[in-house]
Design a protein around this ligand. Structure first.
Ligand SMILES: [Zn+2]
Length: 281
């Protein structure tokens, strides 16, 4: 079995945004006319059904704001044992969203997420989403989310772009946290440091078309980040959770291990970090 440890399939608006930025290429559609390409094709239940058909038995829907986390929670509630969710406020939202334990506790007392994320720091110039915020606001939000994770004994899903020095400095004050550095795309030195902190590393379609250092398999989590970062050979289409199968195949080839072994090890890693239960039969 396979697990997509990071996707945004619970929110049709995210797919609308992805389609508006990059519609499915006509060239691809000519050869594959039945391929998902219209907004209606990306209904969360349809995406989930296609994922399951492709051997993806569990997915984690990752929250990027308070409201978005509520949507992830509601989608997970519809598919117990198959869809899990995380609560997070993305650094891009640092100036527009509020993080407070009171808010968290009032909404989520009885429905615990499997992680706090995606949270972290994004210092990229010209990030694609609006509202790229001042560093101070990002740091304040990140620290609040770290406190939340510790208080509720949850692992974290980190989003870190061009900000690893501050990331590691802040973590010096939060020694015992566990988590995954999602969509890692930085230097081998920062990969080594992340591993040194005991973190898992999230690998997605980026690795199929960009030169990215890979972690050892026993610390690797497979993710799609759907609808973004479509892997080869599906570039020019909208990414979805079913593509975990293709990412697994690609990484297995690079690592020289069987797809079965890659699937098994990364699934065990995900279950261990997020304490996922087996699907309820
Ligand atoms: Zn994401």
């Amino acid at each position: 079995m396979l697990i997509d440890t990071h996707c945004h399939i619970h929110d049709l608006d995210t797919f609308k945004f992805a389609l508006s930025r990059q519609p499915v290429s006509q060239k691809f559609l000519k050869k594959n006319p039945d391929f998902p390409h219209e907004l209606a094709d990306f209904d969360p239940d349809k995406i989930l059904a296609r994922a399951v058909k492709n051997g993806v038995e569990q997915v984690i829907c990752v929250g990027t704001s308070h409201q978005d986390s509520l949507r992830a929670r509601d989608f997970a509630a519809k598919h117990p044992g198959t869809v899990f969710w995380s609560y997070g406020i993305h650094p891009d939202e640092a100036e527009s969203d509020e993080a407070s334990d009171a808010l968290f506790s009032s909404e989520f007392a009885n429905e615990t997420p499997v992680a706090i994320g995606e949270v972290g720091l994004d210092y990229r110039a010209g990030a694609p989403r609006p509202g790229v915020t001042a560093r101070a606001a990002q740091i304040k939000l990140f620290e609040a989310m770290l406190d939340l994770a510790i208080k509720h004994d949850l692992p974290l899903i980190f989003h870190v772009r061009d900000a690893f020095d501050d990331f590691f400095a802040i973590l010096n004050n939060f020694k015992d946290v566990t988590g995954v550095v999602h969509s890692f795309s930085d230097t081998p030195a920062n990969l080594k440091k992340s591993l040194g902190r005991g973190f898992y590393i999230g690998v997605n379609g980026l690795a199929t078309f960009a030169d990215i250092p890979l972690p050892p398999t026993d610390r690797l989590l497979l993710e799609t980040d759907a609808p973004f970062l479509t892997p080869k050979p599906f570039r020019g289409t909208i990414n979805e959770a079913a593509r975990i199968k293709d990412i697994c195949a690609y990484i297995s080839r690079v690592k020289g291990v069987s797809e079965q072994e890659m699937a098994q090890t990364t699934t065990e890693n995900a279950k261990k970090l997020f304490r996922l239960q087996h699907p309820i039969v």
